[in-house]
Ligand binder design. Sequence first.
Ligand SMILES: Nc1ncnc2c1ncn2[C@@H]1O[C@H](COP(=O)(O)OP(=O)(O)OP(=O)(O)O)[C@@H](O)[C@H]1O
Length: 587
Amino acid sequence: MSKNTKNEEKHSIEVAHDDKVFASCTFETLGLHTRLCNILEEKLGFKVPTHIQAQAVPVILSGKHVLVNAATGTGKTLVYLAPVVHHLLLQNDKQRINRADGTYALVLVPTHELCMQVYETLDKMLHRLHWLVPGYIMGGESRAKEKARLRKGVSILVSTPGRLLDHLKNTSSFVYTNLRWLIFDEADRILELGYGKEIEEILTVLGSRQDKSTVQRQNLLLSATLNDKVNHLANISLENPVTIGLDDKKIQIKPMCKTLSSLEAGVDNASDGLEKLTNSSNGEYNMPAQLIQRYVKVSCGSRLVVLMSILKKLFEGSATQKIVVFFSTCDAVDFHYLLMSEFQWPPNSNSEAESRLFLECKTYKLHGNMDHGERRSSFNEFKTEKSALLLSTDVSARGLDFPQVRCIIQYDSPGEATEYVHRVGRTARLGERGDSLLFLQPIEIDYLDELKRHGVLLSEYPLLKLLDSMPFYGRNPNVKKFVSLETHHWVLSLQKALESCVITEPSLKKLAMSAFCSWVRAYSAHRGELKSIFMVKKLHLGHVAKSFALKEQPSLVGGSFQKQLKKRNRDQKHKGGSKRRRIISKS
Ligand SMILES: Nc1ncnc2c1ncn2[C@@H]1O[C@H](COP(=O)(O)OP(=O)(O)OP(=O)(O)O)[C@@H](O)[C@H]1O
């Protein structure tokens, strides 16, 4: 948690350090409207603020521009929503607010799911305040319906950047002359996804309005991790900001001459501001203290078997088990989803009664290539399940609040350390316990040093112990213990069974081949220093194929893929930069 004692002194808030999550004050003592405090308790069940809420809410109430950096799952959503609702309640006490006033607060978020999630919290907060209208707009929804909603008036609007810009430009009935708050939630991710240009345009459109208007604007930026792009966004959007949750070493908001879009393209690395940010990118992350973080070292060809075994063990070991597994591509999610929904055990069983699914759990998937309806129902259903498995790309990595997720498995490595932090942040939220497991191949083990640079330390998962304990092993007393992973009886048998399943099911085989191809492409798209850890030329493509339960590397894919790789390398040399990974995992 933050060490920003200045703010604590300023607002005389006593934050109890004996409790790791909650502060020893009440929402009233933070200065929030009594009506809002009642709603927080009765509608949301929030009795006392979390530490970050206790620290940040009074500062935000004071009207300052604020940059908030706090660990995942510490309640940052309320940090910005509560002061906005408070001020609107006060305003309404003096002069009635109505829909025709248009939008008072804009919340920008990177993904649809986060948009819905923030909207739902807001909706609960405004339940009894009928004159304050919550709303959301986001890509993929009907523009006409959104236009109609905006025409009627939305007091607090949650949006993804592209769609907001669209309405700012094209919906003349969208009233935002009273806009008082502009909030960027998961600010770094918005920029990671390539929305830099849209953000600049949004700031220009809203900024020019602000010049003409008498309304005073307060801008807020929030994220669990920061990078040079957030520094730049902070620089162009915040005036004399208060930073909360940051020590001075971590970030210095310093003028930078670059545009957000040039930062996205990795152009002009030699600016003054970037020097400061190199320091910030070496800084330690705020991780939930109770999170148990481990890694498992697995050679490429055994990855699938190990994943399946660990999942089986976890689901059989507990009646209520909620797990999220992260993959690097949509194709990989589709393949593993179908495989896990079809793969039977024991294999080749004659009797239907004897043969069951290898993983007997409810399985969901979530990625950006799914249609909106499917994506929404997956998200909502997994949220309400007590025991289930979610296979996902990084679309779930940011901000999503799935209750009671006990374990995060990063089957494909996250790339930058910030992504690691957000992925594991889907568990161990608000002081709850949680485990995380990172898969690494022996050739990738230096990634642990990259995490260590940010103060993230992982212990090794006892893999052989797990494999020795699998039931199949018990039936074969002649097998020697302490054999290597690749020659382990359980591993060999399960791999064989998985390969037979894939080869006999054409749709599965097709998905495996596409997933193989996009996996290697994603692997080759790691940026900067990570390129020396995740080196595609060190991969044995035959073993990669095995990890998709393919007996051999698909020859067709291999040839064309090598050509694609060479072309990509040539293109990157010409462009002098890499736009890379986010394009593939734009989830
Ligand atoms: N004061 C509170 N009392 C009880 N629960 C709370 C309180 N504040 C927030 N929560 C709950 O804590 C969970 C995490 O909150 P939230 O999603 O805002 O965290 P976050 O810091 O934004 O996480 P991330 O960095 O992953 O986006 C949510 O389920 C939210 O409802």
